[in-house]
Write a protein that binds this ligand. Structure first.
Ligand code: V47
Length: 366
């Protein structure tokens, strides 16, 4: 039971959140229209504590982006390059192996792999990357390839989406990251990421993964040209998708970073908007167990506050993040286990180390 007075016009929503009643589309709009951030945050914290208590998850992970060469040209992306362009790269399998071996002394539990849609790489390369990870680190969880990459590999190989997932599972795929969802709006898609999947296809590929026992994440890219109606619609579509399969693990709101993109004139989302998105997603996504405050995108300072605004996960040690750093993120490239634990404990919360599937890692910590 939460002990504070709701003096704003959000008391109706507070009553629903307190009793566990599902919030409507209109409730979502009212939350986004409200500037009563502390009330929204308190409500989200109440839901977060009901679901996860003080537990706050983190993971020791490694990001590998095998290629940044991409046939798409999404306006929000600073990561992609065209073949031959300055800064374009394509890792050999030996380089992938070397990246993994460089960190072999660290007890990493998740390898997170995403890259571009690279027409010069054969289908088998995408499988081989996972084979290399399995060889070097047989125990690690492999979280790889967005729904956009799955659809691309299907098109390249002439196989169905399900058959591509089967091939990837056979070489170690266990989970999929939440990228590529962007914002589920045809209007925005036509303007910013014309060649990507429709919302129906993105959700369908995740359902095919869930049917096979592959757990997946979901994201929403905000802070560009989307409206609040489009944000709420995105959350409602994900909630409906989760009702059908139950296979989503965590939701990660991602703030658009404009630097080095074709939309560099847009301002970056504010801390106020970041916290609002964390809190509203916690309130709307009643069937998601976890909301992630991705420190690389938010900064460690906002991520810490987000842990009292509905988030119960802070992602991980990361190392060599490229997508945000190419877009001007000035956060660190990595965090140690100790730093992650301290960041969480300092907020009066309980750090819990997990793998990509939210299995808890027990350790003796000094
Ligand atoms: O889909 C790309 C976003 C996503 C920019 O599942 C940008 O655990 C901001 O999905 N500014 C990829 N955002 C990252 C992603 C992710 C990250 C961390 C954890 C997980 C997980 C998933 O990044 C893309 C797109 O929405 N993105 N460019 C940019 N300039």
């Amino acid at each position: 039971m939460i002990n504070f007075q709701i003096q704003s016009d959000l008391s109706n929503i507070f009553n629903k959140a307190e009793s566990g009643e599902r919030l409507s589309f209109e409730d979502g709009i009212r939350l986004y229209e409200s500037n009563d951030l502390l009330t929204i945050g308190k409500m989200a914290d109440m839901v977060r504590k009901r679901k996860n208590g003080l537990k706050t998850y983190f993971t020791m992970n490694q990001h590998i982006n095998p290629t940044n060469i991409c046939r798409n040209s999404c306006l929000f992306c600073a990561f992609y390059r065209k073949d031959g362009e300055e800064g374009a790269y394509r890792m050999s399998l030996d380089t992938v192996r070397q990246k993994l071996e460089e960190r072999i002394d660290e007890d990493i539990r998740e390898v997170h792999i995403v890259g571009g849609l690279d027409d010069s790489l054969p289908y088998e390369y995408y499988l081989d990357v996972l084979r290399v990870v399995r060889e070097v680190r047989p125990e690690v969880n492999i979280k790889a390839y967005t729904a956009v990459e799955i659809a691309y590999l299907a098109e390249r190989s002439g196989k169905s989406w399900g058959a591509v997932l089967d091939d990837l599972m056979a070489v170690g795929l266990q989970a999929m990251p939440g990228g590529g969802a962007e914002i589920f709006s045809e209007r925005v898609k036509r303007k910013l990421f014309m060649d990507k999947l429709s919302s129906e296809d993105w959700i369908h590929i995740h359902h095919l993964a869930h049917e096979r026992g592959i757990r997946t994440n979901a994201t929403m890219l905000y802070g560009h040209i989307e409206s609040i109606e489009e944000r709420v619609d995105h959350l409602v579509k994900l909630r409906e998708g989760q009702d059908k399969s139950g296979g989503f693990l965590t939701f990660i709101p991602l703030a658009f970073h404009p630097e080095n993109t074709k939309m560099h004139k847009l301002p970056q989302a504010t801390g106020f908007d970041d916290l609002k998105n964390i809190a509203i997603s916690r309130l709307m996504l009643d069937n998601f167990d976890h909301i992630k405050a991705y420190w690389v995108m938010l900064s460690t300072k906002i991520a810490q506050i987000a842990l009292s605004f509905g988030a119960d996960d802070i992602d991980g040690s990361v190392v060599e993040e490229r997508i945000y750093h190419m877009a001007g993120a000035d956060t660190a490239q990595m965090m140690t286990r100790k730093q992650l634990r301290n960041l969480i404990s300092e907020c009066g919360l309980e750090p819990v180390e997990r793998d990509a599937l939210y299995h808890i890692i027990q350790r003796d910590v000094a």
